[in-house]
Design a protein. Structure first.
Length: 201
């Protein structure tokens, strides 16, 4: 779901991908970008409770690529992502390139990428994710943390005072977190800018 952050400007739009929470929560310091830079956020499907969440990064990025092209029919495309959103940014860029579209740059901000997943490591991850206790812990964490995240955001994708809306958003956050945990990021040969905050560089 595209979220208009800044619609004015003559430059190609910058599409900012959501992270594990599923919410485009303003983690990108857009105030530091040129006033001539249009910016759109990409939020997870279902964060507003209107649809079921997508179960894999591949499904997400195929759907997001459709939305990006609908907003900007031709390239070059610019993407950014903070944390796990950096993975989504790369994968949407990859999807568009497979469709013959031109991608300009991908900006990965503090991506926190895991080491390469070996088959043994993947098996351990999958076993852990199938543990019902893990799902419950993720859900409780999301249900407790999302309301504050939304209250501090300039835009509210759901009402933090409505328990049913909080639970729907928490389910999306769990689904998104699990999708990122299962995803194996393969080499991407396009233009990537890696940006690390001072305490991580």
């Amino acid at each position: 779901m595209l979220v208009a952050i800044r619609t004015t400007g003559s430059r190609p739009p910058l599409f900012v991908m959501h992270g594990a929470s599923g919410i485009c929560d303003g983690a990108l310091p857009v105030e530091g970008l040129s006033a001539d830079q249009p910016i759109y956020g990409v939020e997870a499907r279902g964060i507003d409770g209107a649809a079921a969440p997508l179960a894999s990064v591949e499904e997400m990025c195929s759907a997001y690529a459709d939305e990006v092209v609908a907003a900007q029919p031709t390239g070059p495309y610019l993407f950014a992502g903070v944390g796990r959103g950096a993975i989504a940014a790369v994968e949407v860029a990859r999807e568009l390139e497979t469709r013959g579209m031109t991608v300009g740059s991908v900006f990965m901000l503090d991506p926190g990428l895991a080491p390469h997943h070996t088959p043994r490591a993947l098996a351990r991850i999958e076993a852990g994710l199938k543990n019902p206790a893990v799902g419950r812990q993720l859900f409780e964490h999301a249900r407790n943390s999302l309301p504050a995240l939304v209250r501090n955001s300039p835009r509210r994708p759901f009402d933090p005072g409505q328990p049913a809306q909080i639970e729907a958003a928490a389910n999306v956050a769990v689904s998104t977190s699990l999708a990122f945990a299962r995803h194996v990021l393969t080499p991407y040969y396009g233009d990537v800018e890696l940006v690390l905050s001072a305490d991580r560089s």
